[in-house]
Design a protein. Sequence first.
Length: 401
Amino acid sequence: MKKEFRVPHLYLLIVILFVFNQSCKSDKDPNPGENLFISAEDKGSVSKQEFSSSLNQALGPNSNQISPFIQFGYEKYRIIYKTTNTDGTKINASGALFVPLDNTQPMALASLQHGTINNEADAPSYFNQQSEGILGAFLASTGIITAMPDYIGYGESKDLEHPYETRQGLSQPTVDFLLAVKQFINSKSLNWNGNLMLSGYSEGGYANMATQKLIESNYNENFKLVASVSGAGAYNKSASFEYLLKNGTTGNTTYNRSYIWVILNYNRIYGLNRPMTYYFKEPWASEITQNGKNVSIDLSLGEIITDEFKDGILSKTDTQLLNAIKDNDIYDWKPSTITRLYHGTADNYVPYLNTQTAFDAMKKRGSENVSLYAIEGGDHGSSISDYIFGTFELFTVSKNL
C-alpha cells in the first residue's frame, strides 16, 4: 500500500469545481482491422490564453497554482465511430478528442473514462466545461492528446440504453473508439509517439480496468499501453452484490439509483427479464417498473429488496443472476502495464473491498506492476483529488516511455 504524497490545492480545486460539479509519430498500424472511424467534426479551438482566462475566472486567486501547467491551447473534435452494442448489433457512437495546439514535440495519447452521468449534456463530446470534459481540456493543455468516449447511451447513441457497469458494454466500445481515434490521428499526421495511457474514476474506474484488460488480452498489437490509473471502481461485482445485500446501504437516493441501474441492466442484457417484484418489495417495485433508475428512494437497499432476491444471492442458489454478475467481475487477472489503483477506505458508495480484492488477486497472480493507493478515511468524493493528482503524476512520467 502506497501513500507517498499529498494533493496540492490545484487539483483539489479543479476536481471540486469541475469534475463532479453535478453529483515521436506512430508507425502504420501493424494490425489495423476494421475501419471503425466515420467522421470528425471540428468543434473549434481554444487558445492557451482563453483556457487560462476561463480557469482564472473560476478559481480567482488560486489560479496562479494552475498557470505553470498550462502550456498549450487545444483543438476539439467530435469523433463518430462504429462499434457493437451488447446485443451484437452494429451501431454508431461518439466521443471527444482534444488535440494540443502548436506542440512540436512527440505527444502521448490519453483516454479518460468518465464517471456516472445522468445528464446528456455532460457527455464528453458536448465539451461542457462544467463536466468531466474539463479534465480532458486540462490534460491537452499540458501537451497530451486526450480522448474521452461518450459510451453507448450518450452522444451519437443517446437513443440507446446505456450499458451501465457492464464489462463488455463499456470496454469494447471504448477500445473501438480508441481504434477510430488512432485512425484519425494517422490521417492527420499528428505527432503521436505511439504511447497510450488510461484513466477513470467510479464508473470510469470500472470502464478503465475493463478496457485495460481487453487491450492487454486482445489488442497488444494495436496499442502501446504504458500506464493505467483506476479509481474507486466496482471491479468485484460478485463481492459487491453480496456485501450490499448483506449490509444494506446508506439510503442516499443517488447511490440507490446506481444500484438499481445495475440490476435493471443485468436483468435486461442477460435475458433474465424478471418482473421488478422479484427484486423489490412494493410499492418500490411498481415505482421502478414505471420510472426505471429515475426513482427517489431514500431507504437502505436492504429495506426495499425481496427476501427471494437476497437469499438467492447469499445462498448461491440463483445461478442465472449469479452468472450474470460474475461475467462482469474484472478484478482477478494479471496486468502487465504499470497500474495504479486508488480508493478511499471509507467509501460508502463503492465498497473499498473492490480495490483491495483486485490488488490482492493481481499480486497473487504475480503482477509486479500494480500499486495500491488507499486513501485512509477517504469517501467516494473526498478521494477524487488523490486520484487526479496520481493520474497526472503518472502520465507525466510515462508519456515518453
